[in-house]
Design a protein around this ligand. Sequence first.
Ligand code: SAH
Ligand code: SF4
Ligand code: F3S
Length: 466
Amino acid sequence: MTQDIVTLPEAVVPTGAKSNSRKVFIKTYGCQMNVYDSGRMSDALAGEGYEATEDMQQADLVLLNTCHIREKAADKVYSALGRLRDMKKAREAEGREFMIGVAGCVAQAEGEEILRRAPDVDVVIGPQTYHRLPQALRKARGGERVVDTDYAVEDKFEHLPDAPKRSGPRIVTAFLTVQEGCDKFCTFCVVPYTRGSEVSRPLAQIVTEAEKLVQAGAREITLLGQNVNAWHGAGQTGEDLGLGDLLYRLSEIPGLARLRYTTSHPRDMDDRLIDAHRDLRTLMPYLHLPVQSGSDRILKAMNRRHKAAEYVALVERIRTARPDIALSGDFIVGFPGETDADFEATMALVETVRYAQAYSFKYSTRPGTPGADLEDQVPEGVKAERLARLQDLLLKQQREFAESCIGKTIDLLLEKPGRMPGQLIGRSPWLQSVNVDAKTSQIGDIINVRITAAGPNSLFAEVAES
Ligand code: SAH
Ligand code: SF4
Ligand code: F3S
């Protein structure tokens, strides 16, 4: 699940920051893990006197937190760097400092190459080393161009400062990274190379961070990991714990009303995790469970290590545990060797599962992955046709799901101001945005609403009589 996300109204504005302090603008590409990382980089920079800005023109430092997942994602970085070049020239002519940093997965994958292709970049910093960003910037200020993409031996989470106090509206939903990296090596995917092997954060560290988020106002926390359900830890007597156990533990935190997690691999959906969906009212009935393809032949070539029927059976088990669960998925069309029949198997799987939400992509050849060397690459035109058909079907299902909500009374977590005065946007249990008339002072409350209508990207509701 990837999209461009500009960081963040919630980005750090330390209270009491001096107005003459330096300003940083962070542009976040890619997945939620990058959103989380951008927040932590902001925190690390706040300690150096940097104030976050949403206006790039005001920035003394522009950080691009990048994504390498598809070719287009990586290309965006270089076009953004091209545009920053002129800005840097103009600033230097005024005698003002202007630094450019590249962080995230392109930084990790390309390292030095970025300095070669983009002579204005001052700092290249990987996802495992961004806690060392302040040092890197100090070196860069001394005239050195810095590349720091080693896998750090120290635990970066231990080296990150606490989030400084924020001004502005209360933040009621938060991300918390619990696991990073991936050992699955799907043959299309760069993540095992950009994020390294699977590492889980210890239970106590996660609980402490969750408690702090709740103290700061969070009502809902989404646990993040490239393979979040591969999280494992140790209990008090050294017993092995999995993500299910972690969810049971976190749901004991007073004031924490809602939990989610993303992204999961079907192979790691164990019984305890499915039980958590059955038992925990705090665990929201929404699951992002990518399958990529409905063809066993292609699943095998992708090294997904499960069959289509196993996925469908797993979905049934999860739905038995939590009947109102909404499913979301990721799909790739046009993986090398994908025939019409393989693609039809994907369409059939989608018909069987019925998704409430989905992300679908044309296969993009990524250098260094096994998929790049396969023969039988599928022509662009065929990929485009298949993607259009798949997206039509997924959109239809998404609309059907949204319409099925009309008339229902649901719990709504009021999250932020809406577009119209007097309106707030809330989050449904199924991760939909819902517009409702409510007061700003109610942000953070969970209220009962009745869904009245479904628009293309959000729902509309009225406050229900209680
Ligand atoms: N860890 C998650 C997904 C991470 S990447 C998982 O295992 O499901 C997010 C999504 O990007 C993937 O699910 C996949 O659908 C898509 N993706 C990854 N590599 C891709 C590639 N080379 N071309 C097209 N889509 C890709
Ligand atoms: Fe990539 Fe596969 Fe790992 Fe997901 S499980 S991050 S798709 S290698
Ligand atoms: Fe992109 Fe890296 Fe996330 S490649 S999808 S930003 S893990």
